[in-house]
Design a binder for this molecule. Structure first.
Ligand code: PLP
Ligand code: ZN
Length: 434
């Protein structure tokens, strides 16, 4: 195993490691200027401060051999290990083996929304080990942390990431210390604390938490710490590609026509696009146009506001919404989300807290899926985009549910008993229940 010697925020002073085994990953390359650096715990380009992304060598794969290897692989996201920055034997290492969640054909929801039968699907990531899509990204960051010799896993979180990091650290034998805004939902706090790591509430918004973590990385106090979404961010982000891979494989190795994705930092949306493009380049799906739609809550809608105003830059907002998992007022990947929505012919839209609650109930009532507020955002935005004629109800559409309603019970408080009766038939009849 390679030894990590220093972690720095920009890479200017880092001793990068030359012998890490992260599978097909060959280097980090700058999304803005293309500058390449060796694989290491760095996230910003030393030339232009642009974000670094994992670069791969996929040249050894032939399409049908790769397809067979994937189909015969484990029923977790590790079936796509040949396309991820992880060692080939990753599935044998202690981790949570997330992914390969169900793709639900949502015909009842389709009827309510006016979508053609058989055309609407919900990718239900509440089925992951800690009940959100964050297990996918943490699983990648964990392998990078192992490769670089970190001993503590950390993150700044809007809630779900804290739980995913705590659980992954417990399973893999790492220490963990995670940072969250102090006023999160109780379900998220308990979920993050129960795995036994340190959980620190910060008096401030997520954006304050994130800024604090960046400071900690540059300080000796943070030495040996792998922040999954900061200094390990290039690796972490790749986990979201697996949503694209799974959706296409579950559709029978077909691209969807339209996909509705929630936006917090925007990382997930940008990497879903990257995953779809990789499948096309590898010949695993037939090339055809697809549209990516971004979904935000009105109370934290910096990307949606920029999209509607025709801007390329995203003006930060102070979040105020029940969709706390998406409450990032200054989203790092916002400009890339705008690019992708515009390039693919998609859009970015937002819904009110009331519409989020209605959408949570609609999805539960029609398909038996209890989504957290982020799922209410995507379903609510899907409904709005159909009503506005932006999303085509005749095309294959996949809506993401990225989290579990049990973590955001307050959003649907007031939903409860139909009646309370005495334990006899008269009482049952009187209540009009037959
Ligand atoms: C983190 C998160 C997202 C998306 O996050 P990005 O920062 O945009 O990648 C979506 N849904 C839920 C439930 C989340 O916790
Ligand atoms: Zn650069």
């Amino acid at each position: 195993m390679a030894v990590q010697t220093a972690a720095s925020s920009t890479g200017s002073s880092v001793s990068t490691v030359s012998t890490v085994d992260l599978g097909p990953a060959t280097a980090l390359s700058c999304r803005e200027c293309g500058h390449r650096v060796p694989l290491g715990p760095v996230f910003a380009c030393e030339e232009c401060f642009g974000p670094l992304e994992v670069a791969y060598d996929f040249s050894a794969y032939d399409t049908e051999g790769l397809r067979k290897r994937i189909e015969e692989g484990p029923t977790s996201l590790w079936r796509y290990a040949p396309l991820l920055p992880v060692p080939a034997d990753v599935a044998d290492k202690p981790n949570l083996n997330p992914g390969w969640t169900r793709l639900v054909q949502a015909d009842h929801l389709a009827r309510e929304l006016g979508v053609d039968a058989g055309k609407l699907f919900v990718k239900d990531d509440s089925g992951n080990p800690t009940h959100s899509f964050k297990d996918r990204v943490v699983a990648q960051a964990l392998e990078a942390a192992r490769a670089f010799g970190f001993t503590t896993l950390s993150c700044s979180s809007t809630g779900n990431l804290a739980g995913a990091v705590g659980a992954a650290a417990a399973r893999a034998g790492f220490r963990s210390c995670v940072f969250i805004p102090h006023d999160l939902e109780q379900g998220k706090v308990v979920m993050a604390a129960v795995y036994g790591g340190r959980l620190v509430g910060i008096e401030g918004t997520y954006d304050d938490v994130n800024r604090f973590c960046s400071e900690l990385i540059g300080d000796p106090a943070g030495e040996g710490w792998g922040f999954v979404n900061v200094n390990l961010r290039p690796y972490y982000a790749e986990g979201s590609k697996t949503l694209a891979y799974e959706i296409c494989e579950q559709l029978g190795w077909r691209l969807p026509d339209q996909i509705v994705v929630p936006i917090a930092s925007g990382s997930q949306l940008t990497k879903i696009d990257k995953g779809l493009r990789e499948l096309i380049e590898l010949g695993l799906v037939e090339d055809k146009p697809y549209k990516i739609f971004g979904a935000q809550a009105e109370g934290c809608s910096p990307v949606s506001a920029a999209f509607k105003a025709g801007h390329d830059v995203v003006r930060p907002q102070k979040p105020d919404t029940i969709a706390k998992s998406l409450a990032i007022g200054n989203p790092a990947d916002g400009p890339y989300v705008l690019d992708i929505a515009r390039r693919t012919g998609g859009a970015v839209e937002d819904v009110t807290d009331e519409q989020i609650v209605d959408a949570i109930k609609l999805l539960a009532r029609t398909e038996g899926i209890f989504a957290e507020t982020a799922g209410g955002v995507t379903v609510g935005v899907t409904r709005k985009l159909i009503e506005n004629g932006v999303l085509d109800p005749a095309k294959t559409t996949v809506v993401l549910n990225t989290g579990d309603g049990l973590k955001t019970l307050d959003a649907v408080a007031g939903t409860g008993l139909t009646a309370t009766i005495r334990p006899n038939l008269d009482s049952f009849r009187e209540a009009g229940l037959q």
